[in-house]
Design a protein around this ligand. Sequence first.
Ligand code: K7E
Ligand code: CUA
Ligand code: CA
Length: 648
Amino acid sequence: MTDDKGHSKDDVTGPGAEDVKRQAVGTEDEKWTVSRRKFLGLAGAAGVVGASGGALLGGLATPGTARAAKMPEDYVAPGQLDEYYGIWSGGHSAEIRLFGVPSMREFVRVPVFQDDFTIGWGITNESKRVFPKGPRPVGGDLHHPHMSMTNAQYDGRYIFANDKANTRVARIRVDVMRTDKIIHIPNAQDIHGLRVQRVPRTGYVFCNSECRVPHPNDGRDLNNPKKYSAVFTAIDGDTMKIAWQVLVDGNLDNTDADYSGKYAAATCYNSEDGVNLAQFIRNERDWTVIFNIPRIEKAVKDGHYFTIEDPNVPVVDGRHGSDLTMYVPTPKNPHGCNATPDGKYVIAGGKLSPTATVISWEKVDQYFAGKFKNPMDAVVAQPELGLGPLHTAYDGRGNAYTTLFIDSQVVKWNIEDAIRHYNGKKVDYIRQKLDVAYQPGHNHSSLGETRDANGKWLVSLNKFSKDRFLPVGPLHPDNDQLIDISGPKMRLVADAPVYSEPHDCLLIPAKILIPKIKRVWDRNDPFFAETVAMARRDGVNPVSDNKVIRDGRKVRVYMTAQAPVFGLDQFEVNKGDEVTVVVTNINNIQDLTHGWCLSDYGVNMEISPQETASVTFMADKAGVYWYYCTFFCHALHLEMRGRMLVKA
Ligand code: K7E
Ligand code: CUA
Ligand code: CA
């Protein structure tokens, strides 16, 4: 037997070979494939709904695993450039990653919430200034990267992202692909959903607190969950200050903004005010909350707000009965929240209900204008899609693509046909179901969250890879699959193993970003401006001077880096000094990066062309310590080093 590429499974030898042969990708053993999909379906269902969700387990038999139609190398040959940038979430690695699409090659990783020794993130003074003041947690859990928009189009300024683990939001500059601001969100815990205001521009960054907490969270209400609550937060994307928060009933999971600038929506799976799984899944319906942005802004302006932990953060009351919000009943434990690129609807994935709920923004307008009372009337369709509907992407041609976690499928369906069906017409809105491997969470289509949705590519971000790759130990990679959606049928193009755990990704045309991205740093860049100002105060020109400045017990060491030498090949300090080393890469050549690593002091930093980077440490160990360059910059790169003497 051979697979699609002509490899024989019999080529595999050695320990475990039998398993590999049985589970080889592209196997023709349909029976095995079906049984393995069934097993995963059951495991996935059990994981989601627990014992009380047993009713969902019917109808799990699915056809065989879809075959790759055309390989990525057919689209992007060596040396060619990808047509799309993929901005990938790193999940609890807390970084974002840049991929090429359709090649699915990973290019670089951009540290956000975590420390990273490659570039010295969390080590350099410049990176530490990005974080909020105070103790810094070591990592984070980044789910949702989203790019700033102007008039519902990607504008290439910033990427914003949440940290579910430590209740923070970060902003990443696109021009240098560097995180430039991280803030902590008060009155909240576990920032999960995050989206940007599309119109007129970003503008606001909307984010959700998933876990309800007492307000204030000072230990008083440990056993009084009725007093817990969650907030919806709007951050000003330009200043990274919190503009306002809305107190809501229930919790908030995912969010999205509309295409007019008037509304944002968020799904809630805990209408029960529960604190454990059995309670979270008790109700048949939870809700989708719609936020009326102009009314909230007016309430804040008119002083109709209060404050909780932070006296500078206005909080308005948007709980039931408020005219700032609307609670649209939504079955059951809804998860994904995705506005359609035609600007008409927002769609919530039912997760524990086999349905998606289509809410019309026009009806939302009418509700807030007092034209009807029952929020349920804003629902214009509730198509039955399959088991475990989570997130939905769009092709700009009226079709929606929803991931089915339990069925391990992507279902393509037509929105207007689903609306006709809801109105009693006998039409079939399902267009196709494609098997994915396995258990998809998010999916994302090319430009599908903008008004330019072009229906070319879809990425299905699958949580399980199981047998799709060589075994690598008990921790398996995720499997992000590339699907061609340009034709009438979805076609699987590639499997891409990825390290845990991307939740979401963006696909952005290369032609939008290429002109925005710098190849070398600008000497006036604000990222290291504070360090350059310090040099000026010391009378040092960092691009030419190599100097040691002593200031009491503080020592500042300035040196240049130019392949293959550091401007100082030695310097001396005293034990107990606080030492700041400032290195400036004076090479002005694309791709010529240096590093400065100090042995046995836990220090490394990347210094790219025309960049200045600095680090401060206590010289608490006497002796000779070598520093050396960590980026292979020259034939004499290994010789690019020097010594620090710490005198006892
Ligand atoms: Cu569905 Cu955090 Cu967007 Cu994961 S969330 S999948
Ligand atoms: Cu500089 Cu290697
Ligand atoms: Ca619920």
